[in-house]
Design a protein around this ligand. Structure first.
Ligand code: GSH
Length: 363
Protein backbone atom coordinates (compact mmCIF):
# COMPACT_ATOMS: atom_id res chain seq x y z
CA UNK A 1 0.00 0.00 0.00
CA UNK A 2 1.24 3.46 -0.78
CA UNK A 3 0.32 6.96 0.39
CA UNK A 4 -2.83 8.61 -0.98
CA UNK A 5 -3.19 12.24 -2.01
CA UNK A 6 -6.72 13.61 -2.08
CA UNK A 7 -6.62 16.46 -4.57
CA UNK A 8 -8.06 17.84 -7.78
CA UNK A 9 -6.70 18.94 -11.16
CA UNK A 10 -8.00 22.52 -10.82
CA UNK A 11 -6.67 23.03 -7.27
CA UNK A 12 -3.76 25.42 -6.75
CA UNK A 13 -2.21 23.69 -3.76
CA UNK A 14 -2.85 20.19 -5.15
CA UNK A 15 -0.64 21.18 -8.08
CA UNK A 16 2.11 22.25 -5.68
CA UNK A 17 1.97 18.99 -3.69
CA UNK A 18 1.68 16.77 -6.78
CA UNK A 19 4.70 18.22 -8.55
CA UNK A 20 6.76 17.89 -5.35
CA UNK A 21 5.70 14.27 -4.73
CA UNK A 22 6.53 13.41 -8.34
CA UNK A 23 10.00 14.99 -8.14
CA UNK A 24 10.64 13.30 -4.79
CA UNK A 25 9.70 9.93 -6.28
CA UNK A 26 7.14 9.29 -3.52
CA UNK A 27 5.02 6.18 -4.00
CA UNK A 28 1.48 7.57 -3.87
CA UNK A 29 -1.86 7.44 -5.60
CA UNK A 30 -3.95 10.53 -6.27
CA UNK A 31 -7.65 10.22 -5.49
CA UNK A 32 -10.12 12.86 -6.62
CA UNK A 33 -11.44 14.83 -3.63
CA UNK A 34 -15.14 14.35 -4.34
CA UNK A 35 -17.84 15.41 -1.86
CA UNK A 36 -17.87 11.79 -0.57
CA UNK A 37 -14.14 11.91 0.09
CA UNK A 38 -14.51 15.24 1.88
CA UNK A 39 -17.20 13.74 4.09
CA UNK A 40 -15.56 10.40 4.79
CA UNK A 41 -11.86 11.29 4.90
CA UNK A 42 -11.07 14.99 4.99
CA UNK A 43 -13.57 16.76 7.24
CA UNK A 44 -13.38 14.16 10.04
CA UNK A 45 -9.57 14.42 10.11
CA UNK A 46 -8.90 18.08 9.28
CA UNK A 47 -12.09 19.72 10.47
CA UNK A 48 -12.93 21.45 7.17
CA UNK A 49 -13.13 20.62 3.48
CA UNK A 50 -9.68 21.51 2.17
CA UNK A 51 -7.24 19.99 -0.32
CA UNK A 52 -4.69 18.63 -0.81
CA UNK A 53 -4.59 16.07 1.98
CA UNK A 54 -2.10 13.20 2.12
CA UNK A 55 -2.98 10.01 3.98
CA UNK A 56 0.06 7.94 4.88
CA UNK A 57 0.07 4.14 4.99
CA UNK A 58 -0.36 4.20 8.78
CA UNK A 59 -3.42 6.46 8.47
CA UNK A 60 -1.64 9.69 9.46
CA UNK A 61 -3.25 12.67 7.76
CA UNK A 62 -1.06 15.53 6.49
CA UNK A 63 -2.62 18.81 5.45
CA UNK A 64 -0.99 21.89 4.16
CA UNK A 65 1.49 21.53 1.36
CA UNK A 66 4.37 22.81 3.50
CA UNK A 67 3.64 20.14 6.13
CA UNK A 68 3.37 17.51 3.38
CA UNK A 69 6.68 18.54 1.82
CA UNK A 70 8.46 18.72 5.18
CA UNK A 71 7.22 15.24 6.08
CA UNK A 72 8.72 13.66 2.98
CA UNK A 73 11.89 15.75 3.23
CA UNK A 74 12.44 14.46 6.78
CA UNK A 75 11.56 10.89 5.82
CA UNK A 76 14.36 10.47 3.29
CA UNK A 77 18.04 11.29 3.06
CA UNK A 78 18.04 11.80 -0.71
CA UNK A 79 18.34 15.11 -2.55
CA UNK A 80 16.33 17.87 -0.91
CA UNK A 81 14.28 20.76 -2.27
CA UNK A 82 15.78 22.90 0.50
CA UNK A 83 19.09 24.44 -0.60
CA UNK A 84 21.86 23.95 1.95
CA UNK A 85 23.46 27.39 1.66
CA UNK A 86 22.23 30.54 3.42
CA UNK A 87 21.23 32.95 0.67
CA UNK A 88 19.63 30.31 -1.53
CA UNK A 89 17.72 28.77 1.38
CA UNK A 90 16.46 32.14 2.63
CA UNK A 91 15.44 33.25 -0.88
CA UNK A 92 13.72 29.92 -1.52
CA UNK A 93 11.70 30.14 1.72
CA UNK A 94 10.68 33.69 0.85
CA UNK A 95 9.61 32.74 -2.66
CA UNK A 96 7.52 29.88 -1.28
CA UNK A 97 5.67 32.45 0.84
CA UNK A 98 5.31 34.75 -2.18
CA UNK A 99 3.85 32.05 -4.44
CA UNK A 100 1.59 30.46 -1.84
CA UNK A 101 0.26 33.57 -0.18
CA UNK A 102 0.54 36.43 -2.68
CA UNK A 103 0.40 35.14 -6.25
CA UNK A 104 -2.99 33.71 -5.38
CA UNK A 105 -4.15 37.26 -6.27
CA UNK A 106 -3.31 37.07 -10.01
CA UNK A 107 -4.26 33.36 -9.99
CA UNK A 108 -7.77 34.11 -8.77
CA UNK A 109 -8.11 37.23 -10.89
CA UNK A 110 -7.34 35.48 -14.17
CA UNK A 111 -9.35 32.37 -13.25
CA UNK A 112 -12.53 34.22 -12.38
CA UNK A 113 -12.32 37.14 -14.78
CA UNK A 114 -11.13 35.22 -17.86
CA UNK A 115 -12.17 31.56 -17.34
CA UNK A 116 -15.37 31.65 -15.27
CA UNK A 117 -17.62 29.56 -17.51
CA UNK A 118 -14.92 26.99 -18.19
CA UNK A 119 -13.99 26.60 -14.55
CA UNK A 120 -17.58 25.78 -13.52
CA UNK A 121 -17.23 22.65 -15.65
CA UNK A 122 -13.97 21.85 -13.86
CA UNK A 123 -15.59 22.23 -10.43
CA UNK A 124 -18.39 20.02 -11.72
CA UNK A 125 -15.98 17.23 -12.70
CA UNK A 126 -14.90 17.08 -9.05
CA UNK A 127 -18.34 17.58 -7.50
CA UNK A 128 -20.10 15.05 -9.75
CA UNK A 129 -17.52 12.89 -11.58
CA UNK A 130 -20.17 10.61 -13.13
CA UNK A 131 -22.60 13.39 -14.12
CA UNK A 132 -23.41 14.57 -17.62
CA UNK A 133 -21.72 17.84 -18.69
CA UNK A 134 -24.95 19.73 -17.90
CA UNK A 135 -25.25 18.17 -14.45
CA UNK A 136 -21.58 18.85 -13.79
CA UNK A 137 -21.96 22.46 -14.81
CA UNK A 138 -24.84 22.93 -12.42
CA UNK A 139 -23.02 21.24 -9.55
CA UNK A 140 -19.86 23.16 -10.48
CA UNK A 141 -21.63 26.51 -10.28
CA UNK A 142 -22.69 25.73 -6.71
CA UNK A 143 -19.24 24.57 -5.62
CA UNK A 144 -17.46 27.30 -7.56
CA UNK A 145 -19.52 30.04 -5.93
CA UNK A 146 -17.61 29.63 -2.66
CA UNK A 147 -14.30 30.16 -4.45
CA UNK A 148 -15.60 33.04 -6.56
CA UNK A 149 -16.52 34.64 -3.24
CA UNK A 150 -12.79 34.93 -2.45
CA UNK A 151 -12.22 37.29 -5.42
CA UNK A 152 -13.34 40.56 -3.77
CA UNK A 153 -11.80 39.72 -0.39
CA UNK A 154 -8.46 39.17 -2.11
CA UNK A 155 -8.64 42.80 -3.21
CA UNK A 156 -9.51 42.06 -6.85
CA UNK A 157 -11.88 44.70 -8.21
CA UNK A 158 -12.30 47.20 -11.04
CA UNK A 159 -9.89 49.63 -9.40
CA UNK A 160 -7.08 47.13 -8.73
CA UNK A 161 -7.33 44.87 -11.81
CA UNK A 162 -5.15 47.04 -14.12
CA UNK A 163 -2.40 47.07 -11.47
CA UNK A 164 -2.72 43.33 -10.80
CA UNK A 165 -2.35 42.64 -14.52
CA UNK A 166 0.57 45.05 -14.96
CA UNK A 167 2.40 43.49 -12.04
CA UNK A 168 1.70 39.92 -13.15
CA UNK A 169 2.84 40.60 -16.71
CA UNK A 170 6.04 42.21 -15.43
CA UNK A 171 6.63 39.20 -13.18
CA UNK A 172 6.15 36.87 -16.14
CA UNK A 173 8.72 38.83 -18.14
CA UNK A 174 11.21 38.77 -15.26
CA UNK A 175 10.75 35.02 -14.83
CA UNK A 176 11.02 34.49 -18.59
CA UNK A 177 14.42 36.19 -18.53
CA UNK A 178 15.45 34.03 -15.59
CA UNK A 179 14.35 30.73 -17.11
CA UNK A 180 16.26 31.55 -20.30
CA UNK A 181 19.39 30.95 -18.22
CA UNK A 182 18.37 28.44 -15.55
CA UNK A 183 15.94 25.50 -15.62
CA UNK A 184 14.69 26.26 -12.07
CA UNK A 185 15.04 29.17 -9.63
CA UNK A 186 18.42 28.16 -8.20
CA UNK A 187 19.89 25.90 -10.84
CA UNK A 188 18.97 22.52 -12.27
CA UNK A 189 17.07 21.28 -9.20
CA UNK A 190 13.65 22.57 -8.13
CA UNK A 191 13.65 24.25 -4.70
CA UNK A 192 10.93 24.92 -2.15
CA UNK A 193 10.67 28.34 -3.84
CA UNK A 194 9.82 26.71 -7.17
CA UNK A 195 7.08 24.75 -5.38
CA UNK A 196 5.64 27.97 -3.99
CA UNK A 197 5.45 29.49 -7.46
CA UNK A 198 4.10 26.41 -9.20
CA UNK A 199 0.77 26.47 -7.31
CA UNK A 200 -0.59 29.67 -8.87
CA UNK A 201 1.47 29.42 -12.05
CA UNK A 202 0.28 25.89 -12.88
CA UNK A 203 -3.28 25.13 -11.78
CA UNK A 204 -4.65 28.57 -12.52
CA UNK A 205 -2.34 30.55 -14.74
CA UNK A 206 -1.15 27.72 -17.02
CA UNK A 207 -3.98 25.19 -16.93
CA UNK A 208 -6.96 27.56 -17.15
CA UNK A 209 -7.14 28.02 -20.95
CA UNK A 210 -7.35 31.81 -21.28
CA UNK A 211 -4.64 32.27 -18.62
CA UNK A 212 -2.41 29.65 -20.22
CA UNK A 213 -2.66 31.49 -23.51
CA UNK A 214 -1.48 34.70 -21.81
CA UNK A 215 1.45 32.92 -20.16
CA UNK A 216 2.56 31.22 -23.38
CA UNK A 217 2.34 34.48 -25.29
CA UNK A 218 4.14 36.73 -22.79
CA UNK A 219 6.52 34.24 -21.22
CA UNK A 220 6.94 30.99 -23.15
CA UNK A 221 9.90 30.00 -20.98
CA UNK A 222 7.73 30.23 -17.87
CA UNK A 223 5.30 27.82 -19.54
CA UNK A 224 8.24 25.50 -20.27
CA UNK A 225 9.30 25.71 -16.59
CA UNK A 226 5.74 24.76 -15.61
CA UNK A 227 6.03 21.76 -17.95
CA UNK A 228 9.35 20.76 -16.33
CA UNK A 229 7.80 21.14 -12.87
CA UNK A 230 4.78 18.95 -13.57
CA UNK A 231 6.66 16.18 -15.39
CA UNK A 232 9.93 16.05 -13.45
CA UNK A 233 12.88 13.71 -13.58
CA UNK A 234 12.72 12.45 -9.97
CA UNK A 235 15.50 13.54 -7.62
CA UNK A 236 17.52 15.11 -10.42
CA UNK A 237 19.58 18.28 -10.60
CA UNK A 238 21.73 20.47 -8.40
CA UNK A 239 21.62 23.93 -6.92
CA UNK A 240 24.09 26.49 -8.27
CA UNK A 241 27.49 26.47 -6.60
CA UNK A 242 28.87 29.24 -4.40
CA UNK A 243 25.46 30.04 -2.87
CA UNK A 244 24.76 32.06 -6.02
CA UNK A 245 21.57 34.06 -6.28
CA UNK A 246 21.18 34.65 -10.01
CA UNK A 247 20.90 38.35 -10.88
CA UNK A 248 17.74 37.49 -12.78
CA UNK A 249 15.98 36.63 -9.49
CA UNK A 250 16.59 40.05 -7.95
CA UNK A 251 13.61 41.71 -9.73
CA UNK A 252 11.37 38.81 -8.65
CA UNK A 253 12.39 39.14 -5.01
CA UNK A 254 12.12 42.91 -5.34
CA UNK A 255 8.50 42.59 -6.48
CA UNK A 256 7.73 40.45 -3.42
CA UNK A 257 9.39 42.99 -1.11
CA UNK A 258 7.52 45.88 -2.72
CA UNK A 259 4.06 44.33 -2.75
CA UNK A 260 3.73 41.56 -0.18
CA UNK A 261 6.10 42.62 2.57
CA UNK A 262 4.42 45.96 3.49
CA UNK A 263 1.08 44.11 3.59
CA UNK A 264 2.57 41.47 5.89
CA UNK A 265 3.88 44.22 8.18
CA UNK A 266 0.31 45.45 8.56
CA UNK A 267 -0.96 41.91 9.18
CA UNK A 268 1.73 41.48 11.87
CA UNK A 269 0.53 44.62 13.61
CA UNK A 270 -3.03 43.30 13.51
CA UNK A 271 -1.87 39.96 14.87
CA UNK A 272 -0.21 41.68 17.82
CA UNK A 273 -3.46 43.44 18.65
CA UNK A 274 -5.49 40.26 18.21
CA UNK A 275 -3.14 38.30 20.49
CA UNK A 276 -3.39 40.95 23.22
CA UNK A 277 -7.17 40.73 23.11
CA UNK A 278 -7.51 36.94 22.79
CA UNK A 279 -4.56 35.38 24.60
CA UNK A 280 -2.41 32.48 23.49
CA UNK A 281 -4.88 29.62 23.58
CA UNK A 282 -7.55 30.89 21.21
CA UNK A 283 -7.53 29.42 17.72
CA UNK A 284 -6.72 32.07 15.14
CA UNK A 285 -9.39 32.99 12.60
CA UNK A 286 -8.48 32.65 8.92
CA UNK A 287 -8.61 36.43 8.59
CA UNK A 288 -7.94 39.17 11.14
CA UNK A 289 -9.92 41.69 9.11
CA UNK A 290 -8.90 43.57 5.97
CA UNK A 291 -5.44 45.03 5.43
CA UNK A 292 -4.20 47.44 2.79
CA UNK A 293 -1.75 46.76 0.00
CA UNK A 294 -0.22 48.66 -2.90
CA UNK A 295 0.42 47.10 -6.29
CA UNK A 296 2.01 49.23 -9.01
CA UNK A 297 0.97 52.37 -7.15
CA UNK A 298 -2.67 51.31 -6.81
CA UNK A 299 -4.06 50.78 -3.33
CA UNK A 300 -6.41 48.01 -2.35
CA UNK A 301 -7.43 45.93 0.66
CA UNK A 302 -7.43 42.19 1.11
CA UNK A 303 -8.02 39.78 3.96
CA UNK A 304 -5.26 39.80 6.55
CA UNK A 305 -4.36 36.11 6.77
CA UNK A 306 -2.31 35.14 9.81
CA UNK A 307 -1.36 31.95 7.96
CA UNK A 308 0.80 34.08 5.63
CA UNK A 309 2.78 35.15 8.71
CA UNK A 310 3.31 31.52 9.70
CA UNK A 311 4.89 31.02 6.28
CA UNK A 312 7.02 34.16 6.68
CA UNK A 313 8.05 33.06 10.18
CA UNK A 314 9.84 30.08 8.63
CA UNK A 315 12.09 32.42 6.66
CA UNK A 316 12.54 34.80 9.63
CA UNK A 317 13.49 31.91 11.92
CA UNK A 318 16.09 30.81 9.43
CA UNK A 319 17.48 34.34 9.13
CA UNK A 320 17.76 34.73 12.89
CA UNK A 321 19.55 31.39 13.21
CA UNK A 322 22.41 32.76 11.10
CA UNK A 323 25.54 34.44 12.40
CA UNK A 324 28.69 36.06 11.06
CA UNK A 325 29.40 35.92 7.33
CA UNK A 326 26.26 33.90 6.55
CA UNK A 327 24.05 36.46 8.16
CA UNK A 328 25.90 39.33 6.52
CA UNK A 329 25.53 37.66 3.09
CA UNK A 330 21.77 37.29 3.63
CA UNK A 331 21.38 40.86 4.82
CA UNK A 332 23.23 42.15 1.75
CA UNK A 333 20.98 40.04 -0.46
CA UNK A 334 17.86 41.39 1.25
CA UNK A 335 19.14 44.93 0.97
CA UNK A 336 19.85 44.48 -2.75
CA UNK A 337 16.30 43.35 -3.41
CA UNK A 338 14.57 46.04 -1.34
CA UNK A 339 13.97 43.75 1.66
CA UNK A 340 15.59 45.80 4.46
CA UNK A 341 12.31 45.63 6.36
CA UNK A 342 12.78 41.88 6.75
CA UNK A 343 16.04 42.34 8.65
CA UNK A 344 14.27 44.07 11.50
CA UNK A 345 10.92 42.32 11.08
CA UNK A 346 9.59 41.39 14.50
CA UNK A 347 6.77 38.88 14.79
CA UNK A 348 4.57 40.20 17.61
CA UNK A 349 3.96 36.63 18.79
CA UNK A 350 5.13 33.24 17.54
CA UNK A 351 2.69 31.16 15.54
CA UNK A 352 2.29 27.40 15.71
CA UNK A 353 0.57 25.28 13.06
CA UNK A 354 -0.37 22.00 14.68
CA UNK A 355 -3.17 19.48 14.23
CA UNK A 356 -4.29 21.44 11.15
CA UNK A 357 -4.82 24.58 13.24
CA UNK A 358 -2.98 27.85 13.60
CA UNK A 359 -2.49 29.30 17.07
CA UNK A 360 -0.32 31.69 19.03
CA UNK A 361 2.50 30.02 20.93
CA UNK A 362 2.08 30.34 24.68
CA UNK A 363 4.71 32.23 26.70
N1 GSH B 1 -1.98 26.59 2.70
C1 GSH B 1 -2.75 25.44 2.31
C2 GSH B 1 -3.95 25.81 1.56
C3 GSH B 1 -4.90 24.73 1.10
C4 GSH B 1 -6.04 25.38 0.37
O1 GSH B 1 -6.39 26.55 0.63
N2 GSH B 1 -6.65 24.64 -0.56
C5 GSH B 1 -7.79 25.13 -1.32
C6 GSH B 1 -7.90 24.45 -2.66
S1 GSH B 1 -6.49 24.75 -3.67
C7 GSH B 1 -9.04 24.78 -0.56
O2 GSH B 1 -9.31 23.62 -0.32
N3 GSH B 1 -9.77 25.80 -0.12
C8 GSH B 1 -11.01 25.64 0.55
C9 GSH B 1 -10.92 26.14 1.94
O3 GSH B 1 -9.80 26.34 2.42
O4 GSH B 1 -11.97 26.35 2.52
C10 GSH B 1 -1.84 24.43 1.63
O5 GSH B 1 -0.69 24.76 1.32
O6 GSH B 1 -2.24 23.27 1.50
Amino acid sequence: MSATMFGAPLSLYSGKARSYLDWKGVDYTEVLATPDIHQSEIVPAVGRPVIPVVKLEDGTILQDTTVIIDHFEAASEGPSVYPQTPRQLLAALLLETYGDEWLVIPAMHYRWNYNEQWVYGEFGKVALPDGTPDEQREAGMKRGAAFKGFVPVLGINEATIPAIEASYEALLRDLDTHFAKHPFLFGSRPSIGDYGLIGPLYAHNYRDPASGEIMKRIAPRVAEWVERMIAPEPLSGDFLGGDEIPDTLVPVLHRMMTEQLPHLETVAQMLGEWAKANGPYAELPRALGMAGFTIEGTEGERIAAPFSLWMLQRALDYLSSLEGDDRAACETMLHDCGGDALIGFVMPVRLVFENHKLRVEAG
